[in-house]
Every structure is written in structure tokens, then in C-alpha cells.
Design a protein around this ligand. Structure first.
Ligand code: ADP
Ligand code: ASP
Ligand code: MG
Length: 405
């Protein structure tokens, strides 16, 4: 008998009626397969819990207690789905992260999975019942409840699928699959039938929250096929698979944006060996992920260093830069949160010249100034003023995706 893992996102389990619809779908799948289900918290629940934590615990509430609180959202939806399944006559058992043996490191609110002791899940499946697992959570070596970062139920699902040796990991969500751009922002976006792991990692890391990036990295490492599809109807969605299995290799397969970025400029630092190391070392020690970096041409032995960080880390990154900058000869440090990163991604860029210049021309024609540029083999990203994000997305989508580039 084949084994499938099905993950349902927040909107899909957003109210009792939707949970009943999910239960019907799961029960149907369980007629022919062994089924393990991973659920997110009901839509809005994690935000509401995080807001409560801040209300009572201040702007940076204690991470251990925050995780204990956040994890309750998924605990509730997994129990509710089991109740709905039982009403349909389908035996089902819910498990929290601790109960399912999902082990993580101790990095509260963004923990990494160390392993899964899947015996209990296996035993339930073998007994003919559906295992309903609370996503987004696990426990560290001391038994403290941890969570995996926002969107982490995707990663729980793929990790469980890998641990159980499932045939596929199905991610049910509120859109029909992975699109050429966020369909909620670019109405002309179209659904892709398939996308490679590499492209999906770029798309996910460049701001598309349809899959948490770690889930795709996990799937790629273990060769687990992911099928992203709608929770509301039965049509096929998008398969996330190895590059060899993607039939249609597009030059550009996606246009994405990330508004959650901030830019920091340290002006007038000395142009000499070691300066970058001394600036970025302390940022790395503070676990701040620096994304794009631009160093200007030096004048009079000094230069400007500009870089981007996630907006939430901007206050800390600014503080570190203000401390370290003057030691490196820096004259001023400024930050700007009114920026966004817009990117185009595609496997075909590997052997297709001219994508970057075309992208810059399209933005120029719209009067959008490019502040920073970053590239990899299969993506080009630019930093622009945030207010132009939607205009840039639509213009790039129209040029690359709608006019047969
Ligand atoms: P879930 O609650 O099911 O995990 P999420 O809200 O995390 O759902 O992710 C689904 C959302 O991802 C969609 O509603 C859509 O707005 C957004 N999204 C962003 N980029 C894309 C894309 N390229 N394709 C599909 N959805 C995208
Ligand atoms: N409920 C968590 C969140 O909102 C995890 C998830 O939905 O994947 O981020
Ligand atoms: Mg999600």
C-alpha cells in the first residue's frame, strides 16, 4: 500500500466547515493509501498567539514560553481534524511534535529539525488509522517545546514524509499551485505544472511564502517529490521535482518580491584588507543573515559598504554597524526600511544571455531606480524603493512571462 503525507495550511483548516471538508478529503485518500496528515494552525491563530505573547511578555517575549504558546495553535487544529475524521467513521489519532518524536535543536522560534523517531506514527498507520500531526513544532534535547519558524508546517510535512519513506508529500493550500508570480499580487500569473527543487529554493528564499524554504531543501536532499495543490478542489497542482523531470524549461519561471528587507549603509570606511571581515563578522555572530552587499569604488582610500538584512533584524544590525563602523574609519551609518527586493528566477538563465539587461531596461522604462543588484546562476535580484514593488512585479511578469521571452 502506498503512503502519502498530506499537509493542510491555515486557510484550509480555517473554520469548522473547512476542517470537515479536509476530513472528507483525507478519509477518501485513506481508502486507498496509508495517510499521515500534517496541519497548520487555523488561519490567523499563530499571529493572534504571537500578539498575545507580546502583550504580556513585552516586545521580545521569552522565546521558550513563546514557543510553548505558539505550538498550541497546531495542537488545536490536529485534535479538531481527528474529531471530524472520527465523525466520518475513520479512526484517527493526533500527535503533538513531542509525541511524534520530532527532535530539534534549541533555537527557539526558528529551530532546526535534527531527526524524527517515527515509530509511533508508523504503528498508528499500520493499525489502519490516520495519523494527524501538529506541524511547526518539535522538542529540543531537554524536552522543551520548539517551533520551526513561520511557515514551518511545510518543513514538518516534508520531514515526516522523508522519515516515513512516503511516496509523495502533498501540500494543500489556498492557491492552485506554484505560480509564475504571487497570484494575489499579479493577476496574470499562471500556474506551473512542475518546477525544479533549485528554482523553488530560489523562489521561496526570494519572498514567495507558498513553501517554506527549508522544506524544499529537505525534499531535494532526500529526493522527496512535493505536490503543491488546492485544498478546495481536486485538480492537479504543481510538482516540485528534480531538474531532469521538468519538461518545460523556462528561461524565467518566476517573478518574486520580498518587502521584508532593510538596507544599511556604512559610509567612509577604510579601503583596506580586513574591513569587510570586521564589519560582517559581528553581524554573523549575532546570527543576522546579510543578503546583498555592495561596496562602492574607493575614493581617497575610503569606500561605502551597503548591505541588506531582514527588516526584523534591522535595529540590531544598525546598532552593531554603529558600534563597529567608526572603528573602521566610517563617518556615518544609515538604515532604510522602505525598500524591497524584486527577483526573476529561471533554470534557462544558465544558458540564456540577456535576461539581466532586459530586466534593467524594463525597470528603467517604468522610471524605477535600481539601488542594488545581486545575481546567481538562476536568479537576478534588484533592490528598489518599496512603493514601486507592484509596478515592477507586473512589468517584469508582462515582459518575461506574457510575451514569449
Ligand atoms: P498555507 O497557509 O497553506 O501554508 P501560505 O499563505 O503560507 O499558505 O502560502 C500560500 C500563499 O503564498 C498564497 O496565498 C500566495 O499569496 C502566496 N504566494 C507567493 N508567491 C506565490 C507563487 N509564486 N505561487 C503561489 N503562491 C504564492
Ligand atoms: N502556523 C504557523 C505559521 O503561521 C506554521 C505554518 O502555518 O506553517 O507560521
Ligand atoms: Mg505556509
Amino acid at each position: 500500500m502506498s503512503l502519502i503525507v498530506q499537509k493542510f495550511g491555515g486557510t484550509s483548516v480555517g473554520d469548522p466547515q473547512r476542517i470537515r471538508a479536509v476530513a472528507r478529503r483525507v478519509a477518501q485518500a485513506a481508502e486507498a493509501h496509508e495517510v499521515a496528515v500534517v496541519v497548520s494552525a487555523m488561519a490567523g491563530e499563530t499571529d493572534a498567539l504571537a500578539a498575545l505573547a507580546r502583550e504580556l511578555g513585552g516586545p521580545a517575549p521569552d522565546p521558550r514560553e513563546t514557543d510553548a504558546l505558539l505550538a498550541t495553535g497546531e495542537q488545536k487544529s490536529s485534535a479538531l481534524l481527528c474529531l471530524a475524521l472520527r465523525q466520518l467513521g475513520r479512526p484517527a489519532r493526533s500527535f503533538t511534535g513531542v509525541q511524534m518524536g520530532l527532535r530539534t535543536d534549541a533555537a527557539h522560534t526558528r529551530a532546526r529539525i535534527r531527526g524524527i523517531d517515527a515509530e509511533r506514527i508508523r504503528a498508528v498507520l499500520q493499525s489502519g488509522a490516520v495519523a494527524v500531526l501538529a506541524g511547526f513544532q518539535g522538542a529540543d534535547a531537554e524536552g522543551n517545546i520548539t517551533t520551526l519558524g513561520r511557515g514551518g508546517s511545510d518543513t514538518s510535512a516534508v520531514a515526516v514524509a522523508c522519515a516515513l519513506g512516503a511516496d509523495v508529500c502533498e501540500i494543500y493550500t489556498d492557491v492552485d499551485g506554484v505560480f509564475t508570480a504571487d497570484p494575489n499580487q499579479v493577476p496574470a500569473a499562471r500556474k506551473l505544472d512542475a518546477i525544479s527543487y533549485d528554482e523553488m529554493i530560489e523562489v521561496a528564499s526570494l519572498g514567495a511564502k507558498v513553501l517554506q524554504i527549508r522544506s524544499v531543501k529537505f525534499a531535494m536532499r532526500y529526493g522527496m517529490p512535493i505536490h503543491v495543490r488546492s485544498a478546495f478542489h481536486g485538480a492537479a497542482g504543481t510538482r516540485v521535482v528534480a531538474e531532469e523531470s521538468v519538461m518545460e524549461k523556462l528561461v524565467v519561471s518566476g517573478v518574486t518580491c520580498d518587502r521584508n528587507q532593510a538596507k544599511i549603509r556604512v559610509s567612509g570606511v577604510k579601503d583596506q584588507p580586513g574591513v569587510a571581515a570586521e564589519l560582517f563578522g559581528p553581524l554573523a555572530e549575532a546570527e543576522i543573515v546579510v543578503d546583498m552587499i555592495v561596496q562602492n569604488t574607493a575614493h581617497d582610500g575610503s569606500t561605502d559598504m551597503t548591505f541588506t538584512v531582514p527588516q526584523g533584524d534591522c535595529p540590531r544590525a544598525l546598532e552593531i554597524s554603529q558600534r563597529v563602523g567608526p572603528l573602521l574609519g566610517g563617518s556615518s551609518v544609515e538604515s532604510d526600511e522602505g525598500i524591497s527586493k524584486v527577483s526573476v528566477v529561471g533554470l534557462g538563465m544558465k544558458d540564456h544571455a540577456g535576461v539581466a539587461s532586459r530586466m534593467f531596461r524594463i525597470l528603467a522604462d517604468e522610471g524605477i531606480n535600481i539601488q542594488m543588484i545581486g545575481t546567481s546562476e538562476i536568479k537576478i535580484s534588484v533592490v528598489i524603493e518599496e512603493k514601486y514593488t507592484e509596478l515592477a512585479l507586473r512589468a517584469l511578469h508582462a515582459a518575461f512571462m506574457e510575451s514569449g521571452f
